[in-house]
Design a protein around this ligand. Sequence first.
Ligand SMILES: [Zn+2]
Length: 439
Amino acid sequence: MIRQIFGILVGIVLGLGVLPASASTTISALRVGPEPEQTRLVFDLSAAPQYSYFTIDDNLPHRLVIDFKDTKLAVNLATVPTNSLLINKIRTSKPATPGGTRVVIELTQKLTPKLFALTPKDQFGHRLVVDLPGQSIQRSEQVLSVDQLQQRKVTIAIDAGHGGNDPGSIGPTGLQEKRVVLSIAKALAEMINADPGMQAYLIRSGDYYVGLRGRSRKAEEINADLLVSIHADAFTSPKPRGASVWVLSTRRANTELGRLLEDKERLGDVLAGIDSSEAEQNNQLQRMLAGMQLDSIMTIGYEAAKEVVGELAKVTQMHKREPQHASFAVLTAGNVPSMLVETGFISNPAEEKLLASNKHQQQLARAIYNGIRAHFIRKPPDGTSFATSRAIEHVVKRGESLSLIAQRYNTSVAAIKQHNKLNSDTLRVGQKLQIPSSR
Ligand SMILES: [Zn+2]
């Protein structure tokens, strides 16, 4: 399902190909193709490339720098689709020699690239191939079953909105919400399950529909500490964009967007032939109220949502910078705190493109994960390993970055920063950090 999206995004960008008198060679196109084990970049050139390259690994971001001698660039690198987990950005920099071109590929990790030139063949001319080894697209991941869930882990029920006959919102080029949100949900589940203190349960793990009550009931059944419902919605005009996070309110939403989203959510049940009447929902609310837990459940949901908003704001534009209130049926999950994440507006052409990209999906999932984790580190549920764990002290050594340290201890940069009340990413040698541990 997701492979189709990748296929579309592996684009070809053609330049104008104007050959100036000063440079003997022109780069006319750059193609970027992420594969499961590597990313392959191909530069199309008017003549055999004269090039040299080096990598920069001692400060972030990791970079691959390629110098083309006597070469003009006729490609706008900013428009080249770089839908790979390994690539942050492709840009130019000051050339090493006059009349040359320097291309800088900002990488998300340290790697050893392989470069080689190819001579003209078939419809292709001279090319320079750059292979970047490493996982470049998200592979399908293991999904935990109910009996694999452990008691001492913080349990997150993940609900990918819509599915099956209910595609959810559809973007201007036909991108379906149900597909985007399933990809984000799976990526989020994988991140959570890689965390020793947490585990995820995917309420919907394929392209099928689950009734709204069925979704929240599942979260109750597995005693989830939090239910996260993931959506990417649309508005009646293409202009609105940005993410927002919604939490349960006992009243109907008082904004136009909130009401629209509530109706959209119900539409799924209507399409699936499930009756989710207001009466049934009110019953559920009454049951929660009778348990006198509603306040604390809504407070936990709100606090967790606030953390997620803060993390999402780092990777995407926000439509709202505070959690919003609405009475989504799916959020009414007994004594389980809940939130609904609108990852962006699929109706906005620019955001539709972003939401289709595996890299952006991963960033959104990472932000949601960081936010949830930060919340549960701060407020660990009783009996979980987060509540009983002790912090480890780490003394910063030369060359260590927060992300490197976070990786080593299988935690997140956000968690370390929060635990140590750090405001910046800058570390100094000899600095002592408390590493929140979940062992
Ligand atoms: Zn939706």
